[in-house]
Design a binder for this molecule. Structure first.
Ligand code: 6GU
Length: 258
């Protein structure tokens, strides 16, 4: 599949061609702004995301933040005001990137159906509910943070959402962008084999999924539950509800405290 564009100024003809295609028949357009576009080279060439791209349910492009710098050395970062370790991503290239990708230069002028998502450990938690919101959009721009941070004016005035994928620190937002895209794309209508298969899974009903087993029924003395082999659908459904509740209590008691 060749809808990748390594956006730089020389590629603008190719970008234009792609944009008209997107406007006509792609449900969701995703643009990633990153200093490591190569990180994403093969990331979307597998499984459900590959199929969704082939079916033109989604287009995904990674763009090099450096292509929106105007200085000779393509500088994207600078030292933090007030001192401290590390480097901070400068606002100008990020604002320029978002304006060229969305037409909006700040959050207020962003069209409905477009979201500008800053990936950062300071963000609100990424959840299944947020993935569903994103899946209903026409365009997502994912901004991958790096170094010690991103100039706060991006969060204040540009991003519609600042999102974190969990309570741990990644060295950059790129792995988080993959997570957000995967969770979102699989919710697009037609992305899964059956339209209903996303409706009964972990988190959509507040519980973890029930355990699953397949052949053989006895693996080196580890037995699958007999009830699953009986063909008694009412009993199986009862067992599954119970097993899901037990597993949730054991691994995620926080999900039951509401
Ligand atoms: Cl979105 N970015 C970074 N750098 N670290 C994270 C994160 C995001 N979410 C959790 N940790």
């Amino acid at each position: 599949m060749k809808d990748w564009v390594w956006q730089n100024r020389k590629d603008c003809f190719q970008v234009k061609t792609l944009k008209s295609k997107i406007a006509n028949d792609t449900v969701l357009r995703i643009d990633i702004v990153t200093i490591f576009p190569d990180f994403f080279r093969e990331a979307f060439d597998y499984g459900i995301i590959r199929r969704a791209r082939a079916a033109q349910l989604v287009s995904i492009q990674a763009h090099d933040l450096r292509s929106w710098t105007s200085d000779r050395h393509h500088v994207v970062d600078d030292r933090p005001f007030g001192g401290g370790d590390g480097m901070v991503l400068k606002p100008e290239p990020i604002f320029a990137a978002v304006e060229s990708l969305t037409g909006a230069s700040h959050r207020e002028s962003l069209a409905a159906g477009k979201r500008i998502i800053l990936l950062s450990p300071q963000g609100k938690p990424f959840t299944q509910a947020l993935a569903s919101e994103f899946a209903g959009c026409e365009q997502l721009v994912l901004i991958c943070g790096r170094y010690e941070g991103v100039d706060e004016r991006v969060a204040e005035a540009l991003a519609s959402d600042e999102v974190s994928i969990g309570d741990y620190v990644l060295s950059g937002g790129e792995p988080a962008a993959l997570v957000v895209i995967d969770a979102t794309v699989r919710l697009l209508p037609g992305a899964l084999g059956s339209e209903t298969s996303a409706a009964h899974e972990s988190f959509s009903d507040g519980l973890l999924d029930c355990p699953q087993y397949t052949r053989p029924p006895d693996f080196e003395g580890l037995r699958a539950p007999d009830v699953l082999l009986t063909g008694n659908h009412a009993e199986i459904a009862r067992w599954r509800r119970q097993a899901a509740a037990e597993k949730t209590k054991r691994n995620r008691p926080d999900l039951l405290e509401e």
